[in-house]
Design a protein around this ligand. Structure first.
Ligand SMILES: C[S@@+](CC[C@H](N)C(=O)[O-])C[C@H]1O[C@@H](n2cnc3c(N)ncnc32)[C@H](O)[C@@H]1O
Length: 288
């Protein structure tokens, strides 16, 4: 890709790879954010997303407004399937694409438990996946892991008949974690791309989306400081050693709010952007 032709896409690529390189440097083996990375986190991720009231989620509400019982949808990077399963009851069919077998196994288990029979899983990255065209194609909290945003978005556009939707954080949790990050790493974290960088990439593709910034309330609670240490150690890319655990526990004991049994981060809510457009814009060479 020539950075002269597509400066926003080139900037996106640099932001994602610099961020992943930092992850890889501090926690070798994690920087690829491959399927295996998510396989190891699937149970934990499923437990976390269960703390979010999906029925309340503005993205799910937007998806429901745009669909009916005959709608077909593709959930790209479906993870454990909170949106695929949340949507399934009101549409004809959902295809859930994800490279992580672990995430998709939880999605399959939960679908079975809920009696959902109209969700099909496809294991693979979106770049590799072979799917039919669908009415609505959406992707939540995935794009910032993907260096080649042009290709990824171009394929979303090409796979959609009526609507494409992206859900992206509109605020970096890094800002909240910064004092803890600096305490251990001595420098600020390498920034990843923001939803504004995504909008610039879309603009280069000739896509003019509607954008709505919404709020996701943070309902995550920790029963004990020790439980919080497990989570924050992972977010802060720290090794699991007694020294680190003790130091982190001492910091979190003063940093977390709330009472024992329901400790919480000072981040009360997380803004997120719903980015939506009609497919078929001139997306140049990326369109299949
Ligand atoms: C943060 S999780 C989001 C899961 C789900 N969309 C949600 O909001 O709960 C990111 C997911 O993206 C998947 N993923 C990463 N790279 C991908 C790619 N290139 N194509 C499709 N999915 C990808 C991961 O396996 C993981 O399940």
């Amino acid at each position: 890709m020539s950075s002269d032709d597509n400066p926003a896409a080139a900037r996106w690529h640099r932001l994602v790879t610099d961020r992943l390189d930092e992850v890889e440097r501090l926690s070798p083996g994690r920087g690829s954010f491959s399927g295996a990375f998510w396989d190891r986190r699937a149970d934990r991720y499923a437990a976390h997303v269960k703390t979010t009231d999906i029925e309340d989620d503005p993205f799910l509400r937007a998806l429901r407004r745009l669909s009916d019982r005959g709608t077909t949808a593709i959930d790209v990077g479906a993870g454990t399937g909170r949106f695929a399963l949340g949507l399934a009851g009101g549409v004809g069919h959902v295809t859930a694409v994800d490279p992580s077998a672990g995430m998709l196994a939880i999605l399959g288990r939960d679908a079975e438990q809920a009696g959902v029979t109209n969700v099909t899983t496809v294991q693979g990255t979106w770049e590799q996946a072979v799917t039919q065209v669908a009415d609505v194609v959406f992707s939540a909290f995935v794009l910032t892991l993907v260096p080649d945003a042009r290709r990824f978005v171009g394929k979303l556009d090409a796979a959609a008949r009526d609507h494409v939707l992206l859900y992206l954080g509109a605020y970096s949790a890094d800002a909240v974690l910064d004092p803890l990050w600096r305490h251990f790493h001595g420098a600020p974290r390498t920034p990843g791309p923001s939803y504004l960088d995504a909008l610039a990439v879309l603009h280069e593709l000739g896509i003019a989306p509607q954008v709505k910034v919404v709020e996701i309330v943070n309902r995550r609670r920790f029963a004990t400081v020790e439980e919080a240490v497990e989570r924050y150690r992972d977010w802060l890319l720290l090794p699991d050693t007694p020294g680190v655990n003790d130091e982190l526990a001492a910091l979190l004991a003063t940093w977390l709010l709330g009472r024992r049994g329901a400790l919480r981060s000072p981040l009360r809510a997380q803004p997120a952007a719903i980015v939506r457009w009609r497919p078929g814009a001139d997306v140049g060479s990326t369109r299949a």
